[in-house]
Design a binder for this molecule. Structure first.
Ligand code: GLA
Length: 392
C-alpha cells in the first residue's frame, strides 16, 4: 500500500471508530477530495473552461440511516455536534459546517426523493479557507453518500449540480461548477479540461517528470471572499448585458472578444471593462495552456500561470498582499516553472509547479521570509492528483 492509501485508511478508521462509539453501528464511509486548478480562474461562472484536478486531501463522511426523521451530525475535527429534523431543514446561522451537509440533503428533498434521518461523522484533511474547496468536498461526499443509501440513482453529473446548489442555497456563495465537478469526477494523475458551458470534459494526463505541485498556504482566511465573489459575478453579467444590446447572440463572457469590450464596455465603465477583460483573456490563456501541455512545453504553461496571477491581482482584484508576496518571491527562481494564486482569492494558496529536487531548498528560504514579512505562518503541501468521490 502506498503512503496515500495508508493515510486514507487511517482517517477512515478514525471516523468509523468515532461513529461506532457515538451511534453503535457500522457506517459506510465516502471520501471526497479537495481540488487544485492549474489554470482557468473565475472562468467557470462565465461559461469558459477550467483545468482542475482532485487531490489527496479529502473530506471523509461516515454515515448510516436512522429509523426516524432525525439528522445527527458530528464534526470530528472541531469536536462539535449538530442535530435537526429532516422536516425542519434550513441554513444554520451561527456555524458553517452543518450547512454544507444540510444543503446537500435539501437537494434530495427538492427532487422528491423520500428522505430518512441519518447519523454522520465528518472529518477532513482539506485545510479550511485555503482555496482547496473544503466545502465542495463535504457537499459532494454528502450527496454521494445519500444517493447510495437512499437508492436515488442520480448520475454523477446530476450529483455535481446538486452539490453546487447546496453551496448556493445553504452557504450563500454563487459559485461556479468547477469545485464540485473536480471533487466528484477527479481521476488519478489527470487534470480535467472542463467546458463549463456544455459540461463536456476530457481527462488530460498530468504527470510531469521531476516536477511536483507545491501548495503554499498564506493562512489568510478569506473574510471578503464570498461577498466579493458575488460582486465579481455581477460585474461580469453587467458587461454581458451591455454587449448583448448590440450583439444579441452573446450570452456570457465566453462569447465575448476584446474588440467587443473596447466598443461596448470600456466607454461605459473602466472597472467592469477590466474585470471582464481578465476573464476573456483567461479563457483564451487556458486554451493556449492546454496546447502547451499537449506539446509537453511545461515552461510555456508555467509562464501563463504567472500571467494568470498578474491578471487576477491587477485586473480582477481578487488577490492580496500575502499571495502577491509568495508569487513575486518565486518569479525569477529557475526551480519554479509556474506559480499563481488559486481559487476564489483574498487568501488561501499559491499553486507552484516546482522541480522536485529543489522543493526543500525553496521551502527553507521562502518560509522564514514570508513569516518575517507577513507575520503569519506559511504552511505547505505537496499535492498528488487522485480519484474523485468514492466509497471506501
Ligand atoms: C471558487 C468557486 C469556483 C470558481 C473559483 C474561481 O473556488 O467555488 O466555482 O469560480 O472560485 O475560479
Amino acid at each position: 500500500m502506498d503512503e496515500i492509501n495508508i493515510m486514507q485508511q487511517t482517517i477512515t478508521e478514525k471516523a468509523k471508530q468515532k461513529f461506532v462509539e457515538l451511534y453503535g453501528n457500522i457506517p459506510i464511509v465516502v471520501r471526497s477530495p479537495g481540488r487544485i486548478n492549474i489554470i482557468g480562474e473565475h472562468t467557470d461562472y462565465n461559461e469558459g473552461f477550467v483545468l482542475p484536478a482532485a487531490i489527496d486531501k479529502a473530506a471523509y463522511f461516515a454515515i448510516s440511516l436512522r429509523d426516524d426523521d432525525d439528522i445527527h451530525l458530528m464534526a470530528l475535527d472541531l469536536n462539535e455536534t449538530f442535530s435537526v429534523s429532516i422536516n425542519d431543514l434550513k441554513p444554520v446561522g451561527d456555524i458553517n459546517w452543518p450547512n454544507y451537509i444540510l444543503g446537500a440533503v435539501a437537494q434530495f428533498k427538492k427532487k422528491g426523493i423520500s428522505l430518512k434521518g441519518f447519523n454522520a461523522v465528518l472529518t477532513s484533511d482539506v485545510p479550511i479557507g485555503a482555496g482547496l474547496s473544503s466545502s465542495a468536498a463535504v457537499e459532494c461526499a454528502t450527496v454521494f453518500a445519500l444517493n447510495e443509501l437512499l437508492h436515488a440513482n442520480f448520475e454523477k453529473l446530476e450529483m455535481v449540480k446538486m452539490a453546487q446548489k447546496a453551496e448556493h442555497e445553504y452557504a450563500g456563495v454563487m459559485c461556479g461548477i468547477m469545485d464540485q465537478f473536480a471533487s466528484m469526477m477527479g481521476k488519478k494523475d489527470h487534470v480535467i479540461k472542463l467546458d463549463c458551458r456544455s459540461l463536456e470534459y476530457t481527462y488530460v494526463p498530468f504527470k510531469l517528470e521531476g516536477i511536483k505541485i507545491l501548495l503554499l498556504d498564506t493562512n489568510v482566511k478569506h473574510s471578503l471572499a464570498s461577498s466579493e465573489y458575488n460582486t465579481r459575478r455581477k460585474e461580469c453579467n453587467q458587461a454581458v448585458m451591455w454587449i448583448k444590446e448590440h450583439e444579441p447572440k452573446v450570452n456570457s463572457l465566453r462569447d465575448v472578444t476584446e474588440v467587443m469590450l473596447n466598443k461596448y464596455v470600456l466607454p461605459k465603465d473602466k472597472l467592469i471593462d477590466m474585470r471582464s477583460r481578465f476573464v476573456v483573456q483567461e479563457i483564451n490563456r487556458l486554451e493556449a495552456g492546454c496546447e502547451d501541455l499537449r506539446k509537453d512545453d511545461i515552461k510555456a504553461l508555467g509562464k501563463k500561470m504567472f500571467e494568470t496571477h498578474d491578471g487576477l491581482s491587477n485586473m480582477y482584484g481578487v488577490s492580496c498582499k500575502e499571495l502577491d508576496y509568495l508569487v513575486d518571491f518565486v518569479r525569477d527562481n529557475d526551480a519554479v516553472i509556474g506559480a499563481r494564486m488559486m481559487g476564489g482569492g483574498f487568501g488561501g494558496c499559491v499553486i507552484n509547479l516546482v522541480k522536485e529536487t529543489e522543493i526543500n531548498k525553496l521551502i527553507e528560504v521562502i518560509k522564514p521570509a514570508y513569516e518575517h514579512e507577513m507575520k503569519l505562518p506559511l504552511t505547505y503541501y505537496i499535492a498528488s492528483i487522485e480519484n474523485g468521490t468514492e466509497i471506501i
